[in-house]
Design a protein around this ligand. Structure first.
Ligand SMILES: Cc1ncc(C[n+]2csc(CCOP(=O)(O)OP(=O)(O)O)c2C)c(N)n1
Length: 683
């Protein structure tokens, strides 16, 4: 029988620590953390399965926090579980501390996901829950585990919650349990200033089981979690009505609960009394950073039970592994995070095809040769050519996760956040596709993938105005420059936070997929053409695939000259083929010595030796770039005296060949522009 008193004491301890952290840091969010303490305490002590001695244990239950501003609650519970120290709590929000304002993924300490941008945390959890089902379908129920998410009013209001709720309900993710901390207070107002929806009914309509409880009552929490754990058809939403700032008092010992001001500032700044509150919660205002002795003892017991349970589960795994050595090895390789071993030269490509079609061909090969890849599309699989993958598998369905395709529906941001959750869960390679122009809808999740260093693959097709008649709404112009900014932004390991590849023909597309799959440290983006592109010429006329392997250096010479070139022409994607044609004419009619360069990734190129960079883009040589995007996308490559021909306005609706003419993306215009530029350069 669990001692009720110690349970309440532990929750109060979380409140004391949370309030104290924020007070000491002079910034942060105490109110929500204090209200959620009862739930988090019951979840961690009685339900969540993990191995305190092996935090990265692949079969652990996952806990995803959505409102990252409630980090004090998470750090406090993870201090009771010995993943953080009191010193870490005292250094909350300080330079170099492991306790940043919003949690940053650190699995070894129990932080599954970076959170802060509201809504994404629980959508990532949906991705983890899907992944668990995917793996269970392949390796067996012995590796089943639960995924828990914690959401708040802000997350429920965010747009992303709609498809996340729809998808979890549609797929019948009964392994997914979400607690909604419903305290009726948000940042600047109470919730009734912005909403009167019946959230429970909304989730029920999506196919969820919904349980409403007093979220500060341990017995009700326990009962709801038990029910949710027994549910075998649907995801469960536990709506916990909680009290913001539970236990807070004013200077004259009146209640200071349910105050909007406690959302985002220290209690004393918010109008309450830190000292009175700490006393009220059983702490010592002069020394609040303390784990109460009985709570310490209690959590010691909790941890030993967790370790014991994990041991039993691991023994079960060992029995399974000894009976299924081949599967066990496969499972190990899936969780290694290593790139799959693929013979890329064996992937058949049709000459002169669109790079999206070439990507589809690669995906078809991967579907048959990589057992742990999940590909998604936001209702564009036949256009973004992720159907190349789908042809060899099937889409996930409620109760059937034996396929490997995720039909996300029209919900790009959610798809990207779910892909993040898949990568966070581990054991799979996640890829997702849509039109490049709609990468704008995905950006917040791409940014988190970049920050967390998740190797998600983005398949962005229809990469330029050549989508044609669909017009400017569908014609990316500034998108390449935007995503290439992320190539320049370093992650906390000092790497380019995103790898961006815009291949120039079908063979470079195969190689770009190779580079993307071998990039296991950051997200990779493939920018792919809608229209056909002529294969680039092979250097000695024999093996273009072999030449394209040089794409690994980010930029490489397609056509070289003896001695110093008169001009270097540089581009990526389909513009390289246009340069090659223009160069032909210039050589024939002007006798110029022209070096043509394909530069699928400036980020990769800048990592090469200086001597290589100088060879590809020699200094003091006229250099002209051609891009179907904003010129800034190539400015860094052409250098100070270089020139870029690009697109500087939104597109127009017309057949793409007409647009090529109108915008000057023709060999003739390359010819004219080079002449003009060389005149300017010399003068
Ligand atoms: C996408 C996004 N928009 C805005 C914010 C800023 N923000 C942080 S918390 C919050 C209000 C949410 O309140 P709630 O989720 O109810 O948390 P509580 O007040 O209960 O702590 C807002 C607008 C954010 N973190 N993320």
């Amino acid at each position: 029988m669990i001692n009720k008193e110690v349970i309440d004491k532990a929750a109060d301890n979380i409140r004391v620590l949370s309030a104290a952290m924020v007070e000491k840091a002079k910034s942060g969010h105490p109110g929500g953390a204090m209200g959620g303490a009862d739930f988090i305490n019951i979840l961690y002590s009685e339900f969540l399965n993990w191995d305190p001695d092996d935090m990265e244990w692949k079969n652990r239950d996952r806990f995803f926090l959505d409102p990252g501003h409630m980090s004090p609650m998470l750090y406090s519970i993870l201090t009771l579980t010995k993943n953080y120290s009191i010193i870490d709590l005292k250094n909350f929000r300080q330079w170099g501390s492991p306790t940043p304002g919003h949690p940053e993924r650190e699995v070894s300490r129990g932080i599954e996901n970076t959170s802060g941008p509201l809504g994404q945390g629980h959508a990532m959890a949906v991705g983890a829950a899907i992944t668990e089902r995917f793996l269970v379908a392949r390796f067996g129920e012995w590796m089943a585990h639960k995924t828990y998410a914690y959401i708040s009013d802000g997350g429920v209001q965010e747009e992303i919650s709609q498809p996340a709720g729809r998808i979890a309900g549609y797929l019948g993710l009964n392994n997914f349990i979400m607690f909604y901390d419903s305290n009726d207070i948000q940042l600047s107002t109470e919730t009734d200033a912005v909403t009167n929806e019946d959230t429970g009914k909304k989730y029920e309509a999506w196919g969820w089981k919904v349980i409403t409880i007093n979220g500060n009552n341990p017995e009700e929490i326990r009962k709801a979690l038990n029910e949710a754990n027994e549910e075998n058809e649907k995801p469960t939403l536990i709506i916990g009505k909680t009290i913001m700032g539970k236990g807070a008092l004013t200077e004259d010992s009146k209640s200071f609960e349910k105050q909007t001001s406690t959302h985002g500032m220290p209690l004393s700044n918010a109008g309450g009394s830190f000292e009175k509150t700490i006393e009220n919660l059983g702490g010592d205002p002069k020394n609040p950073f303390v784990i109460f002795p009985e709570v310490e003892d209690y959590y010691k017991e909790v941890l030993s039970k967790k370790a014991q349970n994990a041991k039993i589960k691991k023994e079960e795994e060992a029995r399974w592994a000894s009976k299924n050595p081949v599967l066990a090895e496969k499972l190990g390789s899936y969780f290694s995070g290593n790139a799959p071993d693929i013979d890329y030269g064996n992937i058949p490509q049709k000459d002169n095809a669109a790079t999206r079609a070439a990507s589809g061909a690669v995906l078809g090969y991967l579907a048959q040769n990589v057992g742990n890849m999940i590909v998604a599309s936001a209702d564009l699989s036949n256009s973004d050519k992720t159907d190349g993958f789908l042809k060899f598998t099937k889409a996930f369905k409620k109760g059937d996760f034996s396929g490997a395709f995720f039909q996300a529906g029209v919900s790009e941001l959610t798809m990207a956040a779910i892909a993040n959750g898949m990568a966070l869960h581990g054991g799979v390679i996640a890829a997702c596709g849509t039109f490049f122009v709609f990468s704008d809808y995905m950006k917040p999740a791409v940014r988190l993938a970049a920050l967390m260093g998740l190797p998600v693959k983005y398949i962005w097709t229809h990469d330029a105005f050549r989508v044609g008649e669909d017009g400017p709404t569908h014609q990316p112009v500034e998108q390449e420059a935007q995503i290439r900014l992320m190539e320049q932004l370093k992650n906390h390991s000092g790497e380019n936070s995103v790898l961006v590849l815009r291949p120039a023909d079908v063979h470079e597309t195969t190689i770009s997929w190779k580079i993307a799959l071998e990039n296991t440290k950051t997200p990779s983006a493939l920018l792919l053409s809608r229209q056909n592109i002529n294969n680039l010429p092979a250097k000695d006329g024999t093996d273009r695939f072999r030449d394209a392997l040089d794409a690994r250096k980010g930029a490489y010479i397609i056509q070289s000259v003896n001695g110093k070139p008169d001009i270097v022409l540089v581009a990526n994607g389909s513009e390289v083929a246009t340069l090659v044609q223009g160069a032909e004419k210039l050589r024939a009619e002007k006798g110029l010595k022209i070096q043509v360069v394909s530069a699928p990734s400036e980020g990769l190129f800048r990592k090469q030796a200086k001597s290589y960079q100088d060879e590809v883009l020699p200094a003091n040589t006229p250099t002209l770039g051609l891009t179907a995007g904003l010129p800034v996308a190539l400015n860094g490559l052409v250098g100070a005296k270089g020139k870029v021909i690009g697109v500087e306005q939104f597109g127009y609706s017309a057949p793409y060949k007409v647009l090529d003419e109108k915008f000057g993306f023709t060999p003739e215009n390359v010819f004219n522009q080079v002449e003009k530029y060389l005149d300017e350069y010399d003068n």
